[in-house]
Design a protein around this ligand. Sequence first.
Ligand code: SF4
Length: 276
Amino acid sequence: MRKAINLITALVALKFGRVNAKLKGNPLAADKTIVTFSLPAAWTCPGANLCKARVARDGGLVDGPNVEFRCWAASLEAIRTNVRNAHWHNFDMLKPYLNDARKMADIIGQSLPRRADIVRVHESGDFFNDAYFRAWCLVAAAHPNVLFYAYTKSLKTWIANRAAVPANLVLTASRGGLWDELIDKHGLKTARVVFSIEQASKLGLTIDHDDSAAMDANIREFALLRGPRQLLFGLLVPEEGDTENQAPRIVLGELKLDVCRELICCVLLAAEKRNL
Ligand code: SF4
């Protein structure tokens, strides 16, 4: 009986993820239960531009027309079917109520893990419309002891609904989207992607290695170092028709290399251990 109840709950609840190792070094997050929530990359990101890449439900990654730094989450969806399925499961649950903020807030609130202290909204995906944005505002307002934080390129939606954002929902404008000019115009908290420590110090910005700056509403601007994990995922190029058995493929200009999954796992683990 309990098994049946668990199965039904899994089918009707949104899926939240566990925090990745990177956040565990964050002093603000020490001893806290941190969960993440995601939607399909780019399909739910109306403001995506230089990052835009998306994966069809059944696989196959397609870059957007202006892609300069491929979406890390889309690359992950392309090689991990279970990740992609979880993102689509969440979107499918919300889609019937696209214009009903209250209903979406109810679904999110009912699925939110009870012990969550901190919620990273959207490791993948974004605020796809105003109602969905307001749904998260309602959820955060109903859980004043929980810290919610998110990066977003949905800047028009944020600005239009700014008055509804409670203090425990901390938003950071992510550059490289369609409406970057709104960041300075409206004084939005923001992050810049940098490729070296020197570049960050020239800009006078602190690098956020563990999301502590993203969680802190008082820090108005910081840098994100694009590390080996992101660079590696950015090089992986699944193609239309690839199956689960297709080895990850790295493309460097004309050169196409199939690389073994074990090698990639080793690189990712080594980078994760060093907080890169
Ligand atoms: S906005 Fe974020 S999740 Fe969406 S495509 Fe860009 S990097 Fe990916």
